[in-house]
Design a protein around this ligand. Structure first.
Ligand SMILES: [Zn+2]
Length: 198
């Protein structure tokens, strides 16, 4: 086997903290503190070793980032007032329910309440958002460069895969990623009309 040489790229500076590296193998499921000890998909932890896999988030770091509001770029906590979403999209709760996301939303959340659907990407510090916009070709090519302020309230929704319990072989639901939805103070009374638009 060839020797594993630490990368010259710095985690949190050249490469986002949340990004997976080629030496971080995915595999197996087990209890994970990121989901209060429930079963989650696991991955070894060797950031900075091998090559960065920019299109893939590290499973554990992704869950950590959403659960603890850690900036996906630098890995440090984002304080309220300095949380910015680059790729999030505003949708009324009713639209998300119509798309099958209902299980993730609190039942008492009105259909016309506007949510900032950040997907699997926790909000960034302003300075980190600006840096990543300069460095990441994918983000730079996006038509919408507007940073959206992340609301002070949010909902976390786990996504699951079916996995096999290693000892018993039983099928278990394992959390892969945590999805993040900011709850804004806005309402969209015309949300039903938007169901057919996108
Ligand atoms: Zn940051």
């Amino acid at each position: 086997m060839p020797p594993v040489i630490p990368s010259r790229l710095k985690v949190g500076v050249d490469v986002p903290w949340v990004t997976s590296w080629s030496q971080e193998k995915q595999g197996g499921v087990g209890p994970c503190p990121t989901v209060d000890g429930r079963v989650a998909a696991l991955q070894t932890w060797k950031p900075g070793v091998g090559k960065p896999l920019y299109s893939r988030n590290h499973l554990r770091r992704q869950r950590d980032s959403v659960r603890a509001m850690l900036c996906p770029m630098c890995g440090e906590p984002t304080p309220e007032g300095d949380r910015w979403s680059q790729t999030g999209q505003f949708h009324a709760a009713g639209v998300l329910r119509a798309r099958g996301f209902g299980h993730a939303l609190p039942v008492d959340l009105d259909d016309d309440r506007v949510l900032l659907d950040a997907g699997s990407i926790a909000p960034l510090h302003m300075r980190c958002a600006l840096t990543s916009l300069q460095r990441c070709p994918h983000l730079g090519a996006m038509p919408d460069h507007e940073l959206k302020g992340f609301p002070p309230a949010w909902v976390v929704a786990p996504l699951y895969v079916e996995a096999r319990q290693p000892i018993t072989g039983r099928a278990v639901a394992a959390v892969t990623s945590l999805q993040l939805l900011g709850v804004t103070g806005d309402r969209d009374p015309g949300w039903r009309a938007r169901l057919s638009q996108d």
